[in-house]
Design a protein around this ligand. Structure first.
Ligand code: SF4
Ligand code: SF4
Length: 454
């Protein structure tokens, strides 16, 4: 059917009222009749209606060459803008709303209604039937909260250069202060627990950049009351002393988005979607004796944790006392119980956290070695069973160089020892030539910085 024939009113009238109420098509008539029919016959079929609404949203996105995520489904543009405006906070210094003189009246009125909440509305004036870009450049500044513009003017059809105005709005951000808190990277919380004083160091940094909020003395007092830990109080004070700030200008930085993820939408997921559990495992064969036994859990067939590993454990089965601690403590259930009762770290599952090394009670029975030393994920226990002398030589080569762990600690209590040493060195430095010690601590272990907006 020709497009015009789908709008019966066009047989009798020339229709100009498309802005407010478009001409009624037979498709809309039929959809509306269906909606009433569903309501009457099915009660309240919300899932069906939401699905229809999503279908319409996606179809419209395709029509304007947009992603469905960029399209909001509202009863009118005014309702959509009103919802957005009501969600903004205009109580601070950044309270300016820039609107053009080409807005549909309700849009500007919605923004003016926000003046009661602290908004300051500025109109970008037209020059005849156009609005020159320079006028937007003059209006948008560091106090601008939002720029609300129409693409096409409802009065004269004039089009605004939306990409250029968006770029202008994003470029003119307020300069901000970046707080730099120097510290040793600890990877705490990433596979391993270490009390690395992060929380008190952040409190010390806040006392430096926001002295009106609280003082370093009050932080020290609170730490002693809460934890009675002088080391934590010293860490907070050192962070306070070392924290620096610098002003970041709007022109600095990299405009590229570092990461972007597209998550599956709910309507794209299978009905009743569930993450399947990992199947049970079973016993397996001893390569030397052929005996079947032990227990090896099945692994996730698609997600391989070892891809994040920077170090891996090497096990000396000759000294293992089968205490089970590695098997119990491994956060990823990596250890296969072998038919002869040893514990073989499965390298398809090991993330390299190093907990097994730290908990093993036998000295040098488990040693974390840099991942770059290995070419595959072969079973160490199978290698040991096939030829123990060859395995011994291999193991000694692997653990000949035991570098500083990239994360975690090699034995229980090591971190407390390290912190005590570093704090003592830092204190000695503060008494004389403190910068040298600061430099040493920072450069010894790499430099980590955390940013904050002042
Ligand atoms: S085998 Fe050791 S290093 Fe690997 S995940 Fe388990 S505890 Fe961590
Ligand atoms: S923790 Fe050490 S001694 Fe204990 S079972 Fe594991 S490897 Fe053997």
């Amino acid at each position: 059917m020709p497009m015009r024939d789908r709008f019966p009113i066009l047989q009798k009238k020339t229709y100009f009222n498309s802005c407010s109420q478009g001409a009624l098509s037979i498709d809309v008539q039929q959809a509306y009749a269906q909606y009433l029919k569903d309501w009457d016959e099915k009660g309240s079929p919300w899932e069906l209606w939401v699905e229809r609404s999503e279908t319409a949203r996606q179809a419209f996105a395709g029509l304007i060459n947009a992603d469905a995520n960029e399209v909001a489904d509202c009863t009118s543009v005014s309702a959509g803008v009103s919802a957005l405006a009501s969600a903004l906070d205009f109580s601070g210094a950044r309270n300016k709303v820039v609107v053009s003189d080409f807005e549909f009246p309700t849009i500007a009125q919605i923004w003016h209604a926000q003046e009661a909440r602290g908004a300051r509305v500025v109109h970008v004036p037209a020059a005849g039937n156009v609005i020159p870009l320079e006028r937007f450049a003059d209006a948008i500044d560091e106090r601008t909260k939002i720029v609300s513009i129409t693409h096409v003017c409802f009065r004269n059809g004039s089009k605004l250069d939306v990409p250029a105005i968006v770029e202008m709005a994003h470029r003119k951000e307020t300069p901000y202060k970046l707080a730099i808190v120097k510290a040793i990277p600890s990877f705490s919380g990433l596979w391993v627990y270490k009390d690395d004083h992060t929380e008190v160091r952040i409190l010390g940094a806040i006392a430096r950049v926001l002295p009106d909020l609280f003082t370093i003395e009050s932080v020290e007092q609170a730490i002693m009351e809460e934890w009675n830990d002088p080391l934590k109080a010293i860490s907070a004070r050192k962070s306070y002393d070392r924290t620096t700030t610098r002003t970041v200008q709007p022109t600095e930085g990299n405009p590229e988005k570092p990461y972007e993820f597209t998550f599956p939408k709910w309507w794209e997921m299978r009905e009743g979607v569930a993450i399947p559990s990992i199947p049970m495992g079973a016993g397996f064969g001893d390569p030397a004796t052929g005996a079947v036994g032990g227990y090896r859990p099945d692994r996730n067939p698609t997600f391989k944790k070892f891809s994040t590993r920077t170090m891996r454990p090497v096990v000396d089965f000759d000294t293992c006392v089968k205490c089970t601690l590695c098997w119990l403590q491994c956060p990823d259930s990596c250890f296969d119980v072998t038919p002869d009762g040893f514990y073989d770290a499965n390298m398809d599952a090991c993330c390299g956290c190093g907990v097994c090394e730290a908990v093993c009670p036998v000295t040098n029975c488990i040693t974390m070695v840099n991942e770059s030393e290995f070419a595959n994920n072969a079973s160490q226990w199978e290698m040991w069973k096939k030829d123990k002398a060859v395995y011994k030589t291999w193991l000694q080569q692997k653990i000949a160089v035991v570098p500083e762990r990239s994360h975690g600690f090699r034995f229980r209590g090591q971190y407390e020892e390290q912190v005590a040493t570093l704090v003592a060195e830092g204190l000695a430095g503060a008494a004389g030539g403190g910068e040298e010690i600061t430099e040493k601590i920072v450069s010894d272990a790499g430099e980590a910085s955390a940013g904050g907006v002042e």
